[in-house]
Design a protein around this ligand. Structure first.
Ligand code: ZN
Length: 233
């Protein structure tokens, strides 16, 4: 036996013990540890604020009788985007350092920001985009007109061209709720360990229930534009 093999044999029990112990310092397979608590908690509060905003807009849309008007753009309208940014800004934690974001394109391909190699925060937005990817694939499979092609005005016709406003909001609500479940699950799992180690980690308040969302925001101006859109153009 070579000396390398002897050393490997001698170390094997310790390696096995380390393999058992080290994962226990992490939570599930998401790659989160106590150093992620601040960013997880911040993202939870920001997503919760966004969900509240999205729910309010959905309620206003319903009250305006525009549930079935088509969502006419593959991209967010500036006004809507700003409203969402404001909601996120008001919930932002000054200690947070990683702010994940993602997108799903007209071909159902998800993309994510750079996360400094942080899988924990990357997985947060992955859970969100996975909902959109599923919706996108379903809509494309059931509507041959939504196949993702270059249009005359150089934007890709995609699944958002083939959904109503209500479907758009419901899809976002599903995506945010899925992400909230991920964030809460990670924080719930980390909290006992981190607190035992004297590190800050807090369990978030319960998420907003979509059915209880208050309707306090006036309908975004772009809903008028959507009403003018000719479906299937
Ligand atoms: Zn989304």
């Amino acid at each position: 036996m070579s000396s390398h093999k002897r050393i490997a044999r001698a170390l094997a029990p310790f390696v096995i013990i380390a393999m058992v112990l080290v994962p226990s310092l992490r939570n599930t397979n998401a790659g989160c540890d106590c150093s992620d608590c601040t960013n997880l908690y911040n993202r939870y509060n920001q997503v919760n604020a966004l969900l509240t905003e999205v729910c309010a807009q959905k309620a206003d849309l319903h009250n305006a009788g525009q549930d079935n008007d088509p969502y006419n753009s593959g991209y967010y309208d500036d006004n809507l985007l700003q409203t969402w940014k404001d909601a996120m800004g008001s919930a932002k934690d000054q200690w947070a350092t990683i702010f994940p974001s993602g997108n799903t394109d007209a071909f159902c391909r998800p993309s994510y920001d750079a996360y400094q190699g942080n899988d924990c925060m990357l997985n947060s937005v992955k859970t969100h985009e996975a909902v959109h990817v599923n919706t996108c694939k379903f809509i494309r499979a059931n509507n041959p007109g939504c196949i993702g092609v270059w249009r005359q005005d150089f934007y890709q016709k995609g699944y958002l061209d083939c959904v109503t406003w209500k479907q758009f909001y419901d899809d976002e609500i599903n995506a945010y709720n899925t992400e909230l479940n991920y964030l809460k699950g990670e924080l719930d799992g980390l909290k006992p360990l981190c607190q035992a180690m004297g590190q800050w980690c807090k369990t978030p308040d319960p998420g907003v229930s979509p059915s209880n969302c208050p309707s306090t925001v006036s309908p975004p101006s772009l809903i008028k534009k959507a009403a003018e859109y000719v479906f299937g153009r």
